[in-house]
Design a protein around this ligand. Structure first.
Ligand code: NDP
Length: 325
């Protein structure tokens, strides 16, 4: 019997590290020896059984992973290939990355660009992938000269978005509620920082003075409503997240009188051709030195505690999981 180690969630009972027989791995055409995974807001929801995303137990969470192909029935992958997986509802409906082995569909895997290590791939993970998707969506609609806003800036997506936009030469304004985040965000490239509280209350009027040439919003709720009324004429908001709430109460006026675009970003079911374009653009333009600087390295045993922390906004930057530790 070949066994592998995994963080296992039971329907009732504690989430714990266990040795599992490889025969228990789900169906799939590629088996991957996992090296790194990561922690995203969604992993926090799953680990804390919020949102009803996991239906079958026992379950292995972890929405992202990187590693080396161990065996493959898919002609596109051979043993030894380095691969990355984000999205596709892995870690929700399919066993995920909080393990030393995974078996998945070849369609879900992306070959890792040459100069990205498997650790780099998870320093980015869904968060980095989504930040790049959001930037590409803004660019598709044209970003005028001027300041670009990033909300939830000290989180995973926010940190990468700040670093990426700054590396692309954009003046970035970071919105953060985290104590002591100013030095961190400035180091990532933020030109200035605004307190989260400035966006916490609804505006008195649907339109405020035009301020932002673009926005990547990780917070939703009142923050997003407020941002929409501050966008410049024909500017776009990439709506990524809901860390501040799922409800959106907003006037139609910013859309009618300022032609504001609200662009939804979905990194989960992102089609394969766009997925490869995003990874190629990451390989070309992502400031990996900055991204690496946001990383905290943890082990599988740390995840139940950190999964609760991230939901409280208590995790800064990116968290990678060393699966061989
Ligand atoms: P993180 O928890 O790392 O970052 C979220 C940040 O939002 C926090 O660090 C904090 O930043 C801010 N925040 C947290 N709680 C609140 C609150 N109550 N009100 C206002 N701001 C708050 O999460 P991720 O970066 O992994 O994900 C960010 C969001 O994007 C999540 O909602 C996630 O589900 C979503 N997401 C969506 C994807 C998609 O495909 N659409 C893909 C990936 C993530 P600060 O302290 O600096 O204010």
């Amino acid at each position: 019997m070949t066994s592998f180690r995994a963080l296992v969630m039971e329907r009732d009972g504690p989430t714990a590290l266990r040795e599992l027989d490889e025969a228990l791995l789900p169906k799939g055409d590629v088996t991957v020896d996992l090296e790194w995974s990561d922690l995203n807001y969604k992993d926090g929801l799953i680990l804390n059984r919020q949102g009803g995303m996991v239906r079958d137990f026992p379950h292995v969470p972890g929405i992202d992973f990187s590693g080396t192909v161990a065996a493959s029935d898919d002609p596109r992958f051979a043993p030894g290939d380095r691969v990355v997986l984000t999205g596709w509802r892995v870690g929700e409906l399919h066993w995920g990355g909080y393990a030393t082995r995974a078996r998945v569909k070849g369609d879900w895997l992306v070959p890792l660009p040459d100069h990205l290590s498997t650790r780099d791939a998870m320093a980015l993970g869904t968060a980095g992938f989504t930040a790049m998707m959001a930037v590409m969506a803004l660019e598709d609609h044209g970003i005028a000269e001027g300041e670009v806003l990033v909300t939830g800036a000290s989180g995973g997506v926010g940190s990468v978005a700040v670093a990426l936009l700054a590396a692309l030469g954009r003046p970035v304004v970071a919105v953060s509620g985290r104590e002591g985040a100013a030095a961190y965000l400035t180091d990532l490239g933020a030109a200035r920082i605004l307190p989260r509280a400035e966006f916490a209350e609804p505006a008195a009027k649907p339109l405020e003075p035009e301020a932002w040439a673009g926005c990547i919003d990780n917070v939703g709720g009142t923050t997003l409503a407020r941002v929409l009324g501050q966008m410049r004429y024909r500017a776009s908001v990439a709506a990524v997240g809901l860390a501040g709430g799922t409800e959106l109460s907003v006037s139609v006026v910013p859309f009618l009188l300022r032609g504001v675009n609200l662009l939804g970003i979905d990194s989960v079911m992102c089609p394969a051709d766009l997925r490869r374009r995003v990874w190629n653009r990451i390989a070309a333009d992502m400031p990996m030195d900055k991204v690496r600087g946001t990383v905290t390295e943890v082990t599988l045993a740390d995840l139940p505690r950190l999964g609760a922390e991230i939901l409280k906004g208590g995790v800064r930057g990116r968290t990678v999981v060393n699966l061989r530790a």
